[in-house]
Design a protein around this ligand. Structure first.
Ligand code: 6GU
Length: 251
């Protein structure tokens, strides 16, 4: 069965990118079931208000609990009759969340049903999280893409749905391309070259033309270590220390 993904946002058009490319194809192929909802459809006032001023003062606006609660109640109420999973795992993007990693993408790709709640303004009234957990019985994860601030969760959801969706079996034709990439084994990728052999006076590293597969594998591993040391020293652990490498060689 398809991985079901519900997204609630005040800018549903932002999510139209999910109609395109790999994720759009996966939806056409019945591998992903993506449903986007407009939070304002769950308001009841003339102005379709979703925000108000913060109690206790402070800058900006806070998203009101009522539209969010009704939107989440609606999504949970749309459980598919045949589905094993009666409730979605709720993911709320926000700069104060736990870091979104490839490992987390792998875990979320194994769920049957995900719901994303896109906040805007300063954030969502805290009681919405309590309602989701305690009244709806949802697992709720607040997740951040990194240490910088976006205006809302929509762009983060595009990134997360792409990272998760491509791990769903069948979405990527060549499953081998999934294991040989950055962040799957803790090292960054080696540099890539294609034809022509010489371009603008620049040669492809001769070892890649040698036909010596063991030597090529060793060279690529060394490049990965050097690159990781130069760009992402935080990723290097003792487990990868298989000898010396000139980290100044990394570009
Ligand atoms: Cl997931 N959401 C928002 N609004 N800002 C972010 C983020 C997420 N990750 C980093 N900054």
């Amino acid at each position: 069965p398809a991985l079901r993904i519900d997204v609630v946002s005040i800018f549903p058009d932002y999510l139209s990118a999910l109609d395109l490319s790999l994720i759009g194809k996966a939806r056409e192929d019945g591998l992903l079931d993506v449903r986007v909802h407009d939070l304002r459809d769950f308001t009841h006032d003339r102005h379709r208000t979703v925000d108000d001023t913060p109690y206790g003062g402070g800058a900006g606006m806070v998203m009101k609990p009522q539209p969010w609660a009704e939107a989440l109640d609606h999504v949970v109420g749309q459980a598919d009759p045949g589905a094993t999973s009666r409730r979605p795992h709720l993911v709320v993007p926000g700069p104060g969340g736990a870091p979104f990693t490839q490992a987390m993408a792998r875990e979320l790709a194994q769920e049957e049903w995900l719901a994303f709640a896109c906040g805007r303004y300063e954030g969502i009234d805290e009681r919405v999280y309590e309602h989701a957990r305690e009244s709806l019985g949802l697992e709720v994860s607040v997740v951040s893409l990194g240490d910088y601030v976006l205006n809302g969760g929509e762009v983060a959801v595009l990134a997360m749905v792409e990272a998760i969706g491509r791990l769903v079996p069948g979405v990527i034709g060549n499953a081998e391309s999934l294991v040989e990439e950055s962040h799957e084994d803790g090292l960054l990728e080696y540099p890539l070259y294609t034809k022509p052999r010489e371009w603008n006076g620049r040669e492809v590293p001769p070892i890649l033309l040698s036909g010596n597969h063991a030597a090529i594998a060793a060279w690529r591993h060394e490049q990965r270590l050097a690159r990781t040391a130069a760009r992402r020293p935080d990723l290097l652990h003792a487990s990868h220390g298989d000898g010396d490498v000139d980290i100044t060689a990394a570009t």
